[in-house]
Design a protein around this ligand. Structure first.
Ligand code: 3PG
Length: 202
């Protein structure tokens, strides 16, 4: 199965912020135990690259990507550490170039037609619609999808257990990103993850 199909199959991409490297294993294990072996590990903390490397080593079955990637240096570092996909809060041409050269899926954040046109010119096929709820949620995604019929969306920002099914019911949405299952202890993360997985597959 290709990467895109794997993301589609999971339906949810957890946004993971690790403050310390030693949170990596318990956090990723909680996601796997909850039935969601996917993680977007964000470059918002200093340990992100090391966490990606450690996660890829310890959980080879997991789909681990990098999030909040805003420049070529981070993109290269994330890919060197094993990131299978690169997510950004916005579109960065230098990141698009690195991902294209290295054959890694890039999901840039885009919320306007102009941003989507730029992303398309770099070969992007899926955009992260972020921050989703602030930019009009599903209504805006549907309007953009009408103008860009080949584009697919991963809404992120304001997705929760309460609205995830509504988003996933639109066929141009391949998965929803979110952090709603990431709060609390590893046990709590596992429990919220299992609930989310049951909901989207129910
Ligand atoms: C992100 O950066 O993708 C968001 O922080 C995730 O948004 P959420 O916390 O509202 O799920």
């Amino acid at each position: 199965m290709n990467l895109l199909d794997q993301i589609k199959q999971h339906k949810i991409v957890p946004v993971v912020v690790l403050k310390e490297l030693d949170e990596t294993i318990p956090t990723l294990k909680a996601l796997c135990d909850g039935g969601l072996p996917v993680a977007e590990i964000t470059f918002r903390t200093a340990c992100a690259a090391d966490a990606i490397r450690l996660g890829c080593e310890k959980f080879p079955e997991m789909l681990i990507g990098a999030g909040t990637v805003i420049n070529a240096e981070q993109a290269n570092r994330a890919i060197d550490c094993g990131a299978r996909f690169i997510v950004g809060p916005g579109f960065a041409a230098e990141v698009a170039q690195v991902c294209r050269e290295r054959g890694v899926l890039y999901l840039p954040g885009c919320v306007t037609p102009t941003e989507i046109i730029t992303a398309i010119s770099y070969g992007v096929e899926i955009v992260k619609f972020f921050p989703c709820s602030n930019f009009g949620g599903l209504g805006t995604i549907k309007a953009l999808a009408a103008a860009f019929p080949a584009m697919h969306f991963m809404p992120t920002g304001g997705i929760s257990e309460d609205n995830v099914l509504e988003y996933l019911s639109f066929d141009k949405i391949i998965a929803c990103g979110g952090s709603w299952m990431m709060k609390g202890t590893p046990d709590e993360i596992c429990e919220k993850t299992a609930r989310a997985v049951a909901k989207v597959n129910g």
